[in-house]
Design a protein around this ligand. Structure first.
Ligand SMILES: Cc1cc2nc3c(=O)[nH]c(=O)nc-3n(C[C@H](O)[C@H](O)[C@H](O)COP(=O)(O)OP(=O)(O)OC[C@H]3O[C@@H](n4cnc5c(N)ncnc54)[C@H](O)[C@@H]3O)c2cc1C
Length: 385
């Protein structure tokens, strides 16, 4: 018999995650959005409560949770703020997982405990102005200068880079090897020669993003993360797991938009009836509920495979594509159903729509996911991602 419910302990964890998100995160959202600032103390608070870096094992200072707890926490954060969820996950899921997967024992013992406590914040920098979906176009180089490395290049759209203490940066150590010449480095943000220029964006405004310039940055010999030339494969694997969390975030923001739309449909009266009585709106709500459920099932399948250590590239790609496109549709429909009330800046509904819009662009755009899926069908598709 297949069980579509997670065991009871996960539902208990969901209650903890939901209480935290609603009581401690939601009150910070409006000010953080206005100022375009991620509330840095929040990471420390999550660390205190054992909610940060959930999948990091206890021996490295983490809570020792699994991918299901990470998905649940991400979804509940995404319900109150997609921006907070993204800032947290870049630190907790991208950077901390790369440290766990690629770090030497010494690096793991040095960097993971403060990351799990939220005492040190992390960012991950791959994208460049000319290297978005196509990472082979990365221009950042890292030269071995004997006793140290020297990094030169520019990265852009890097989440958390304004608040981070450390960045994991991808650059070429040997361009002649193509993608196999890409390596990862741990770069302290106060490294001389590193400049950070904050950028402003249309949505998830409380998640900070910046352009980084590395001008002859001298890096210590022990700053290399993992084996030289391994970066492409490692980042690809972490990115596959991160698609589960994109799915969770998409479900979170869609649920928030759906709940608001359902409430509005029941209470807003026009032409003598609540607008939810009109089929145009009730059918929209039915579609929203169905799509959110479908995304959840795709997420549970991919998470179950990941949890068992099985290959889940196609399943995670399908989830990322479906859930992110679904979130754009659901938040758009919720806004439409609110009319002008939803379009005002003091309504959270316009924020859900602006925030959700980024989900189809980053971490492997919808077009790139179509390429992945077509390749999985055995069709000839270029090996871009
Ligand atoms: C809010 C936000 C936060 C981000 N945070 C980070 C971060 O922390 N670290 C980081 O390294 N990066 C980050 N990024 C960058 C993100 O990963 C890139 O936006 C993404 O890789 C896509 O690259 P691009 O935006 O340059 O688009 P491009 O690759 O230039 O693509 C432009 C358009 O062309 C389409 N396209 C590209 N190639 C093909 C193809 N072969 N076939 C069909 N269509 C194609 C794309 O789907 C897209 O619609 C962030 C981006 C955003 C928006």
């Amino acid at each position: 018999m297949i069980d579509f419910e997670l065991p009871a302990e996960y539902e208990t964890f969901r209650k903890t995650a939901r209480d935290f998100a609603r009581k401690e995160v939601a009150p910070l959202v409006d000010e953080a959005e206005d100022k375009q600032e991620f509330p840095r103390p929040l990471l420390r608070r999550m660390g205190e409560l054992g909610l940060l870096c959930l999948t990091i094992p206890e021996e490295y200072g983490g809570p020792g949770g699994d991918i299901f707890t990470q998905c649940i926490f991400t979804e509940e954060l995404g319900y109150v703020s997609l921006g907070m969820a993204i800032g947290t996950m870049v630190h907790a899921a991208y950077a901390a997982t790369l440290l766990l997967e690629c770090g030497s024992e010494e690096q793991k013992r040095r960097y993971l405990p403060p990351a799990c406590q939220g005492a040190e914040a992390w960012a991950f920098a791959a994208t460049e102005a000319e290297a978005g979906s196509d990472r082979s176009r990365i221009q950042t180089t890292v030269r071995d200068a004997g006793g140290h490395y020297v990094m030169n290049g520019t990265k852009t759209f890097i989440t958390n880079s304004t608040i981070a203490d450390y960045l994991i940066v991808e650059g070429y150590t040997d361009k002649s090897k193509g993608m196999d010449g890409l390596s990862l480095f741990i770069v302290p943000r106060d490294t001389p020669g590193l400049r950070v220029r904050k950028l402003s964006k249309a949505g998830i405004r409380c998640s900070e993003i910046a352009e980084l310039t590395f001008d002859d940055c001298v890096l210590a010999k022990d700053s290399q993360l993992g084996v030289p030339g391994e970066a492409f494969d490692k980042v690809r694997r972490i990115r596959t797991a991160s698609w589960l969390l994109v799915g969770a975030r998409a479900i979170g923001v869609s649920r928030a938009a759906y709940d608001a739309a359902l409430e509005h449909a029941k209470t807003r009266v026009q032409f003598g009836r609540p607008i939810g009585h009109y089929q145009a709106n009730s059918f929209k709500l039915a579609e929203m509920a169905m799509n959110i459920d479908a995304a959840r099932l795709l997420m549970l399948r991919a998470a179950a495979l990941h949890h068992q250590g099985r290959e889940c590239f196609q399943e995670a790609s399908m989830l990322k594509l479906f859930a992110s496109e679904m979130a754009v549709r659901v938040t758009n429909d919720a806004l439409q159903m609110h009319g002008a009330h939803g379009y005002m800046m003091d309504s959270p509904v316009q924020r859900y729509f602006r925030d959700a819009r980024m989900l189809t662009i980053s971490e492997g755009s919808s077009e790139i996911q179509h390429i992945n899926l077509a390749r999985g069908l055995g069709l000839k598709a270029d090996d871009y991602y």
